[in-house]
Design a protein around this ligand. Structure first.
Ligand code: TXA
Ligand code: MG
Length: 318
């Protein structure tokens, strides 16, 4: 299959929506990372996502919607979900909600759970595509399963060229880490730290978010401990230039770093650079050479960054 690279102008968006209607796969930019989209109501199209990504079937997908009206046809919104959607949609927030009976969503999307993950993204290209398509689009991150998420069209092509119909090239993703995922049990639970800082959610809800019980992280992302992993080994908390390894710095005290997530110590800039820098160092690493990452403060977007780095550093399956 020849993968088309589409410019996100009128003609490109019409073509992308047409491909989705035909049950084909189209990667598109969101403010967080690139998604690998399929018509959420089409079983065969959704199955192709798992095939292209080499993804374990039990891992459910996020459904992207053009508007709140479409979201309400798919899921029920408890009062706290209403509040969060009202405050943060469109944006880098995914809500895991009770699935509505008869919702036009393939059971492959939810892995037959009674819940569905919904997101109304805030990227002009994602919104234009969803509006042009006129329905719900299931989309995980557009990378091979277990690998680093893509924040540019060229990252998508590096993993999926020849396996998907098209990629809409919208340039670099501004946030750079995946959405924050909140579930309701029924109290709000942080299932994955992400591009919307937990502190902002807690301020809106007026109380702390619960962490999911350790024994009960079924479909929460990163239940696969090694995830978001580049090819090179990753080590954490490198406070000085490590001998033999490539140093990925953070902040002003990292002279000699191969790359720096943010020389000024800005967590927003660091999140936007994270996956691109991991890919760049991976390409530069000699065989057996590790990437050693400077410590990143664990607040705001730093929580999402550290979550992804811990997974990148986790022992890999043999
Ligand atoms: O920013 C993002 O969230 C990106 C863009 C493309 O929207 N998407 C993304 O998708 O990161 P993915 O598939 O790589 O991660 C979605 C996570 C999965 O790990 C899955 O476990 C979780 O969402 N998820 C989906 N449905 C769920 C459900 N019903 N209950 C609990 N977790 C769910
Ligand atoms: Mg992913």
């Amino acid at each position: 299959m020849q993968t088309e690279t589409l410019i996100p102008d009128g003609a490109g968006l019409v073509r992308a929506a047409q491909l989705l209607r035909e049950g084909r796969l189209v990667a598109f930019p969101t403010e967080t990372v690139y998604g690998l989209g399929a018509d959420a109501a089409n079983d065969a199209a959704v199955a192709r996502i798992f095939e292209a990504k080499g993804r374990p079937r039990f891992n459910p997908l996020i459904v992207h919607v053009p508007d709140l009206k479409t979201a309400r046809t798919i899921a029920e919104f408890p009062p706290e979900a209403e509040r969060l959607a009202d405050a943060f949609w469109p944006g880098a927030l995914t809500l895991v909600l009770p699935l509505r009976a008869g919702a036009a969503v393939s059971p492959l999307v939810t892995a037959e759970l009674p819940t569905v993950a919904l997101r109304l993204p805030d990227h002009p290209v994602a919104r234009a595509l969803l509006t042009e398509f006129g329905g719900a689009v299931a989309a995980p991150s557009a990378n091979q399963s277990g690998q680093v998420s893509p924040t540019r069209a060229e990252h998508v092509l590096a993993g999926l060229e020849g396996l998907i119909a098209a990629v809409l090239d919208g340039g670099a993703c501004p946030v750079g880490v995946e959405s924050t995922i909140v579930g309701f049990q029924p109290e709000p639970v942080l299932l994955r730290p992400g591009g919307l800082p937990a502190e902002a959610l807690e301020a809106c809800l007026g109380g702390p978010l619960e962490a999911p019980p350790a024994n009960e992280r079924p479909s929460a992302p990163g239940q696969l401990t090694s995830h978001y992993a580049p090819g090179a080994a990753v080590r954490l908390n490198a406070t000085e230039n490590p001998e033999g390894a490539l140093w990925l710095g953070f902040g002003p005290d990292c002279a000699g770093a191969a790359l720096n997530l943010s020389a000024t110590g800005d967590l927003v800039e660091a999140a936007a650079n994270l996956f691109h820098h991991l890919r760049a160092l991976d390409a530069r690493a000699a065989p057996g050479q590790a990437i050693a990452v400077a410590p990143v403060p664990d607040h705001g977007l730093g929580r999402a960054i550290n979550d992804r780095l811990r997974r990148a550093a986790a022992p890999r399956p043999a």
